[in-house]
Design a protein around this ligand. Structure first.
Ligand code: GCU
Length: 670
């Protein structure tokens, strides 16, 4: 068991939101009593020791961490109807006199309860009348790492992958433990350590030993291992003639493979599959459906309790069908055809993690099939790890979107937590932003996106603002005015990115391949639906993609409530206007401005937002660790330059088409 606390001079961000020693807080009870001796109990002891080494509180009470018993219920006045609500991962925190109880039905529940108490202490919540019961709202809360075996991370901006396959299984790097601690502290209970663009090698005996080593490390933290698989593995690894899911030899191969995995990792979570998408093999190669492919894997996993996360991110090069329509058209007809241990993993929007998208119409459209939501924590389209963009607000918007499929209140969150259609199997995945940089995520504020993902996966009713507040206090400062300023940086930060990259519903305007800078003019890629011009459709008359009945008719995939709203530009939410409509440059907006003028002023507004963040950051300097301060200050100066680059490139390009002047009062683009 490893528990060294890295001793850094100057905070470099390695300890994420677990910087216990620098925060002015003490445990309100003097004696810690953890009843039990599993590895998880030891982790709990270590965690409190790290947090309060020399700072026990004044009271004479006891902090008791123990699984629930009738005696405890009586001693802490816990009503039977309350304790009956405890789920397997849930916990109760209860104060009685000077004593505090953390209780649960399982070791992992105790761990989650301990982390929650620590959070309350370090965000300086009064604990006088502490009485908390929590269960996670979504069952499987996973990080998806898009990491390759050679430590390259696809869409990763924080250095090499943290998973060092070359040195595993014997080299059990301290980082793995610290990674597991961080995840457990926010309730993440599953991990896929390798890329959805999978490598079949992962399923060879040699690599499975390495996966087992990782699984053994993370297990006491409540984290289960899942693997991305290559659909063509039977051919690639063992020379079968086919990987056709209906072929008995292929089915047998997967059954044996599953048994081999469970031999090593008895609590293995299951497979994540990207099939027939962006060149990956899949059941379609053999004329089979996604359901036939998923079910073949599901039956191999079923005897062992495993599940299949089958990704719905599919789109073919189909000139007749606009890209945003395709996943829905592919999967809705398959509703009811999947085994009960299959869950479809759907990206929050219908295109691909853009700074803003409407919710995917698949949410709510498959009553018989559970859907997991895939969010992207790594900032592929939001400035990598040099732009400060707090995604708590994006995740909240995605969860709270109301599909209206069963009337008002049919939110995406209710689809995902299973309550809308009574699904037991529920899940959510975040594409991770971790890497070997000392601060894990490349930008200190990018840590908040990992944090926000975990917190919202646990409880989607938390607000982005509350999560930001928690994160700031645990990571940066508890000084009230500084907390307020940093909140004022974080809360609008994602909107600034939308404004200087893709305002008013524009999307997919980034340059090719890397997806970093602006490229709205690009129209020479091999596939039409990879070209930005496909999405903005700017011409002499106007701009935007007509997705109404007169255009691609994507609006027809939404519930009637939204069909009506989206059909008309006047009732389409302004922030999605050009997602659904192609409008004349002189189209009058509600505020009296022309579309062209408004578009340009949004681009300017985004850049001003970055200046505002810079100014606020200077004001908090006295309250922030010098090293953290400098890291963010430097990143903000990059962001300033690049926001301007996005603005000027986009405005100048669109101006060549609109042939209209920059609105008066705004400086000329450089
Ligand atoms: C995006 C991303 C790819 C990724 C893909 C996916 O297109 O750019 O790198 O593989 O999404 O989610 O599968």
């Amino acid at each position: 068991r490893v528990m060294a606390v890295p001793d850094f001079s100057g905070e470099d961000g390695y300890r994420l939101w677990q910087r216990y020693d620098v925060i002015d807080a003490a445990l309100p009870a003097a004696t810690l009593k953890v009843v039990g001796h599993t590895e998880t109990h030891n982790i709990i002891r270590d965690e409190f020791r790290r947090a309060f080494a020399n700072r026990v509180g004044q009271s004479r009470g006891t902090l008791l961490v123990q699984k629930i018993t009738p005696e405890l219920q009586a001693r802490f006045n816990l009503q039977a109807d309350v304790t009956a609500q405890l789920g397997d991962e849930g916990f109760i925190l209860k104060r009685h006199g000077n004593d505090i109880l953390i209780t649960a039905k399982t070791d992992i529940g105790l761990l989650y309860g301990s982390y929650h108490l620590l959070r309350l202490v370090f965000i300086q919540q009064p604990l006088d009348s502490l009485s908390v019961l929590q269960n996670p709202k979504i069952q499987r809360r996973l990080l998806n790492h898009w990491d390759d075996l050679d430590r390259h991370t696809e869409r990763g901006y924080a250095g090499e992958s943290i998973f060092d396959w070359h040195r595993l299984p014997l080299d059990k790097d301290q980082r793995y433990y610290d990674y597991a601690r961080a995840n457990a502290s926010i309730g993440i209970n599953g991990m896929v350590p390798i890329n959805v663009n999978a490598n079949a090698l992962m399923l060879t005996p040699m690599y499975l030993q390495k996966v087992k080593a990782l699984a053994d490390i993370v297990r006491p933290y409540g984290i289960k291992m899942y693997l991305s698989i290559k659909f063509s593995s039977p051919q690639q690894l063992d020379g079968l003639d086919t990987s056709d899911p209906l072929d008995p030899q292929v089915q047998k191969w997967w059954k044996h493979k599953a048994a081999e995995i469970y031999q090593l990792i008895p609590d293995f979570g299951g497979f994540l599959v990207k099939a027939n998408s962006e060149g990956q093999p899949g059941p379609g190669d053999y004329g089979r459906t996604h359901a036939e492919g998923a079910n073949m894997l599901a039956s191999a996993l079923k005897p062992h309790g495993g599940v299949v996360f089958w990704r719905a991110f599919v789109y073919a090069n189909n000139p007749a069908k606009e890209r945003s329509l395709q996943a829905y058209d592919e999967f809705v007809p398959l509703d009811g055809k999947f085994m009960d241990n299959v869950i479809l993993q759907v990206k929050n929007g219908p295109i691909d993690f853009q700074p803003r998208e409407p919710f995917s119409p698949l949410f709510g459209a498959t009553p018989e099939t559970p859907l997991a939501m895939e969010l992207q924590i790594t900032q592929e389209y939001l400035g990598f790890s040099t732009h400060l963009a707090y995604l708590g607000t994006l995740f909240e918007e995605a969860m709270d979107a109301d599909t209206h499929v069963k009337g008002p209140g049919s939110t995406v969150a209710k689809v995902v937590d299973g309550s809308l259609y009574n699904h037991k199997l529920t899940g959510i995945a975040g594409v991770a932003n971790t890497g070997m940089q000392r601060n894990w995520t490349g930008h200190i504020f990018a840590q908040s996106n990992w944090y926000a993902f975990g917190r919202l996966a646990w409880d989607h009713t938390l607000s982005a603002k509350q999560i930001a507040n928690e994160w700031i206090k645990q990571t940066l400062t508890v000084q009230p005015e500084a907390v307020r300023q940093v909140e004022a940086i974080m809360m609008p930060s994602r909107e600034y990115v939308v404004e200087y990259m893709t305002p008013l519903g524009l999307h997919h305007l980034m340059d090719s391949g890397h997806h970093y800078g602006p490229g709205p003019w690009v129209d020479n890629l091999g596939r039409a639906d990879w070209n930005p011009v496909y999405y903005h459709r700017a011409d002499k008359q106007g701009i935007g993609l007509d997705r109404t009945a007169s255009g691609t008719d994507a609006v027809s995939q939404y519930a009637p409530y939204w069909q009506q709203k989206f059909a008309n530009p006047e009732t389409t939410p302004k922030e999605l206007l050009l997602w659904f409509h192609h409008l004349p440059w002189d189209y009058q907006l509600e505020n009296g401005e022309t579309l062209w003028n408004e578009l340009v002023s949004y681009y300017y507004r985004g850049v001003d937002g970055v200046s505002d963040m810079q100014q606020r950051w200077q004001q908090v300097k006295p309250y922030i660790d010098a090293n953290q301060f400098r890291q963010v200050e430097m990143a903000l100066s990059i962001q300033q330059q690049e926001a301007q680059w996005w603005r000027d490139a986009s405005v100048l390009y669109f101006q060549t088409i609109s042939e209209r002047p920059i609105p008066t009062g705004l400086p000329k683009p450089a």
